[in-house]
Unconditional design. Sequence first.
Length: 291
Amino acid sequence: MNEIYSFFIAPFAEVPFMQRALLSAVLLSFSAAPVGVFLMLRRMSLTGDAMSHAILPGAAVGFFLFGLQIIPMTIGGLIAGILVALAAGAVSRLTTQKEDASLAAFYLISIALGVLIISMRGADDELLHILFGSVEDLTNDTLILIIIVATLTITSLAVLWRGLVAECLDPLFFRSISSLSPLVHFIFLTLVVLNLVGGFPALGSLLSVGLMILPATAARFWVTSIFKMSVLAVSFAALSSIVGLLASYHSTAPAGPAVILSLGGVYIVSLFFGKSGILQNRSTGHHHRAG
């Protein structure tokens, strides 16, 4: 029993930075995972990845001016992410180029600009900190930020749930019956940016999108209801965060990649054993051929 306690419980019960990391990860799981479900269902998964890179130059400017302080970096990342989303939308409306292509162009520019700004001020370890995060350095200010992001996200999802579902299932019909479609789309993109900004202190700008997309894609192999998919995605994200944090604590592995790899393991298992996974589809195919 002592070994079980020391391995599974003691890190979260006795180590302050692990307590902050656990609370942050669980809160982000409740907010980022449902957002990831809607990203996936709207076929915007790569948009989430592009937006995670888009916040980098804004965070880099905050870092360049104020160092590793969460508030300036957060404000900078939020402004940069929203500006890129607006710019990509404007390009798609004013030209023949689609929004995903515009986002791809902007995200390549953003990541190059962000790395350049950081390298002008910081050392390699600070660059790695911003790109991949560090749970050991989570502060109370960071925790407050994540609480605010989670509260805003969960409240917004509750209010906009029907509109978001309608946009996923039949966007053309939703636009024809409601003038709120552009507003819902913009608020949704803002929630994506908020969760990416909230996740980058722990997971970094390059990995925070993983907490959105991987739980959602794994959950889709098991259920078809959007609500059940969101609940399952939250569960996958929270449990994988715990596993990843424990793996990081008991080894020399960084926490961000450990959490994302734990989620990757959940995705692989779901891919093969889920209700619509590879093995289930093969079994169904053999059954039909036998019949």
